[in-house]
Ligand binder design. Structure first.
Ligand SMILES: O=C(O)CCC(=O)C(=O)O
Length: 263
């Protein structure tokens, strides 16, 4: 590691070659404790995930930066930013930041790629980089993330199998960093303990509108337009009610009187 670098050459090459790497125990205990203290009251408020992908025995705290500001230390952690530099353009954007708590008896999440949604042929350079911060121990028994090493280089037709996965265990304060094209998913929780962490996704800067329409036309002003127009502005979600959500909900619900105007 050079005197100015927060990551090793091995970590950089593992991320590029295998598609994932680990930053072992890089957070101070008091940072972990602060984030846990801020997030704890939000668990238990929203209930379980609404489908198998969100996890029927998993709790998620969306809009985390608005609820738990200390998570900013994780989002802008210097080691993570350095790894992002290798794969995303400097003006990358934060795409998601959520707390996750996987409870006992949760089943394995479907193996997926984080940047596969537009259905463009693979392999290709990553459109996203994801980071999972462990706030509790992540073990194979309680659902540590499963990866198919090297699968970010696969072509489009090839699909992963469970037999190809490895489970990456983490100590609290560690981060697991992966490229958008790697097949992965949360493992099953066969233990009697919860697995708690923060999941963050960064996107290439061009995965966004040219004009930031929902700021140009805020919810009050958007109320004068038709539902078609509101959706064009960006008050909507795609892909299973997910991309574009605000705190887990369709942003069109933020527009006053929207319900009367729904098509
Ligand atoms: O929780 C994990 O270990 C991975 C989660 C994940 O990949 C997702 O929710 O998309």
């Amino acid at each position: 590691m050079s005197s100015t670098s927060h990551v090793t050459e091995d970590q950089r090459s593992q991320l590029a070659e295998s598609g994932y790497t680990v930053l072992d125990q890089v957070l101070d205990h008091d940072v972990v404790a602060r984030v846990l203290e801020e997030i704890e009251p939000h668990f238990g408020l929203n209930g379980w995930g609404r489908n198998d992908f969100e996890g029927l025995r998993t709790e998620r705290v969306y809009a985390m930066l608005a609820k738990c500001p200390s998570v900013a230390a994780l989002v802008e952690h210097p080691a993570v930013l350095e790894l992002l530099d290798d794969h995303l353009r400097p003006s990358r954007v934060l795409a998601a930041c959520q707390g996750t708590r996987i409870h006992p008896s949760e089943t394995a999440q479907t193996l997926h790629c984080d940047d596969d949604l537009p259905g463009v042929a693979r392999p290709r350079p990553p459109w996203s980089v994801s980071v999972m911060w462990a706030l509790s121990p992540y073990t194979a028994a309680n659902g540590s993330t499963l990866f198919v090493p090297g699968s970010h280089r696969w072509d489009s037709p090839r699909q992963p199998t469970e037999q190809e996965t490895i489970s990456v265990e983490l100590a609290p304060g560690s981060a697991l960093v992966w490229l958008g094209g790697i097949y992965h998913g949360a493992g099953p929780n066969t233990s009697d303990e919860v697995r708690t962490g923060v999941s963050i996704i960064y996107f290439q800067p061009w995965l966004r509108q040219v004009e930031n329409m929902v700021l140009v036309v805020g919810p009050d002003k958007a109320a004068q337009f038709s539902p078609t127009m509101q959706r064009l502005l960006g008050y909507g979600v795609i892909d299973g009610n997910f991309f574009g959500h605000v705190d887990g909900r369709d942003p069109i619900k933020l527009i006053p009187s929207t319900l009367e105007k729904q098509e």
